[in-house]
Design a protein around this ligand. Structure first.
Ligand SMILES: [Zn+2]
Length: 500
């Protein structure tokens, strides 16, 4: 390049990025004096940020004078991208503000998880109504495997025909074409548990065609079957990007076991051109339907009442052993009425009958949801600090578990500030740029000019996850500003469409 061409380029770039009107830059919001953590993991640096409309206009040191509608003095605070929660639950029409998420700094959530999602028509309506919904955070949707299994009429069939699988593939392709980010599976639940490798691989091919992501709640999440769980997912990883949702190893112990599993993910990553990723939530109790304690013959489409009458003793034995392996009835904490806040042990004592009879005779596989204190702290910590593992909540506005209100605040409060397990920059990366890249959200998750203005301003020392198992619906505190699509006011989240 000649010197004059070079100077012309500089001149052109400077007019593009700094259109000076009478020596002044106009902006909607001017964030002054903050310490910027851009989301990419590098060291924090001092810079101002200008926001115009819904986008970041400039991150850097200002040389021109600025005229801004709003100014925010961020002195003594960090400025980061809004957090992206890759695995969340909830219903936009019921709780559009999703205050539980925005209060802990989450500005984008990924819904449609564990195999269950809106159908394509509902998705299209959500996309079309994105402005009238008055959403708190942005939402990215995944297509649920169970949902399209039901819609295509396969439901509980174990070996669907090729024609039926084709029908499912078409439904998935419709959803992807409408703007979904990928497929979610819930292989521990009905109807997902009835699928086989051929079916899952066929669907993976469709996801691959759209450069989407398969987020998998794997078949067991158990220590003894972890390798076969992963093998099933890895097979899909020959056709599309794959992801282990809320990674855990039930009954597994110690950081060495986590290390083995991370190495398997690494190996697969080395063998394919597709991404291999995972997320964890920062709590050691899971939360889901009580159905996971029951054997398949007690689950739909089998009739629980009949099976209970015919095989009551088998059922009692199965459930007793399963609960005992999962740390016993004190480690099962109910989160649904009329048992909310009580452990299985407490209910069993109160009723004066063995806990297995409470489950089999009084609750049944669809009668409750509960938290299960069955994860090993050291094992989960190893996952949590891994550079390829991102943070999720797996929470919702209504779930009786603190993760839906506390996860992202807890990472900062406990793992960064208190325990120094992660640097602040690394924690922020695992909650912003990394999930944006993995999910395929192209213009969020990094503080950079041209990106959408989803921005947090806070003092890390003042961030608190206030939710507990006893009181799980306490909002997190400490995020002074949560800016979404360039607006400080609430209600400007959007339903996101995957860019082609
Ligand atoms: Zn799940």
């Amino acid at each position: 390049m000649t010197r004059s061409a070079f100077l012309l380029t500089i001149f052109y770039l400077s007019t593009l990025y700094h259109p000076v009107k009478g020596g002044e830059v106009f902006a909607d919001i001017w964030i002054q004096n903050g310490v910027v953590i851009d989301g990419l993991g590098g060291p924090a640096y001092k810079a101002d940020i200008l926001i115009k409309g819904d986008s970041i206009y400039l991150v850097g040191t200002l040389t021109e004078s600025v005229v801004a509608t709003d100014t925010v003095n961020a002195i003594g605070k960090v400025v980061t991208p809004g957090f992206i929660d890759p695995h969340a639950h909830g219903y936009p029409f019921q709780t559009p503000d999703f205050k539980n998420f925005t209060s802990m700094g989450v500005t984008t959530i990924a819904l449609g998880q564990d195999g269950s999602s809106p159908n394509t028509l509902e998705l299209t309506q959500l996309f079309e109504n994105t402005d009238t919904l008055k959403l708190g955070p942005n939402i990215a949707f995944f297509i649920g495997h169970g949902t399209i299994r039901n819609l295509s009429g396969i439901k509980y069939k174990k070996s669907p025909s090729k024609v039926e699988i084709q029908k499912m593939s078409h439904l998935l392709a419709d959803g992807m074409a409408a703007g979904a980010f990928g497929l979610s599976t819930g292989l521990e639940y009905t109807p997902g548990r009835y699928s086989n490798q051929f079916e899952l691989d066929e669907l993976a091919k469709v996801v691959g065609q759209y450069d989407g992501l398969i987020m998998s709640h794997m078949r067991t999440e158990n220590d003894a079957t972890m390798e076969s769980d992963l093998a099933e997912l890895f097979s899909q990883g020959d056709y599309a990007n794959i992801h282990v949702s809320h990674m855990k190893v039930v009954y597994g112990k110690g950081p060495e076991r986590a290390e083995e599993i991370l190495q398997l993910l690494d190996q697969k990553r080395g063998q394919t051109s597709f991404n291999v990723s995972a997320d964890v939530y920062p709590y050691f109790a899971s939360y889901t339907t009580i159905g996971i304690l029951f054997p398949e013959y007690a689950l739909a489409p089998n009739h629980y009442g009949t099976e209970r009458n015919n095989r009551r003793n088998d059922l009692l034995k199965y459930v007793r052993e399963k609960v005992n392996r999962r740390n016993g009835p004190v480690a099962t904490l109910f989160g649904t009425e009329p048992y909310t806040g009580n452990t299985l042990k407490q209910i069993s004592d109160e009723m004066g009958i063995p806990f297995e009879e409470v489950l089999v005779d009084h609750i049944g596989p669809t009668g409750a949801s509960a938290a299960y204190f069955s994860m090993d702290r050291d094992l989960q910590y190893r996952f949590l600090i891994d550079s390829m593992v991102m943070i999720s909540s797996d929470g919702s506005p209504t779930m009786h578990h603190p993760r839906g209100y506390g996860s992202f605040a807890k990472v900062i409060e406990q793992f960064v500030v208190k325990d120094s397990l992660l640097t602040l920059e690394e924690a922020i990366r695992k909650m912003t740029a990394l999930p944006a890249q993995i999910i395929g959200i192209k213009n969020r998750g990094i503080l950079r000019s041209g990106f959408k203005a989803d921005i947090l301003i806070f003092n890390p020392d003042r961030v608190h996850a206030n939710a507990t198992y006893d009181s799980p619906h306490e909002l997190a505190t400490g995020f002074d500003y949560v800016i979404i699509n360039g607006k400080i006011d609430k209600g400007y989240g959007r339903v996101l469409q995957k860019e082609k």
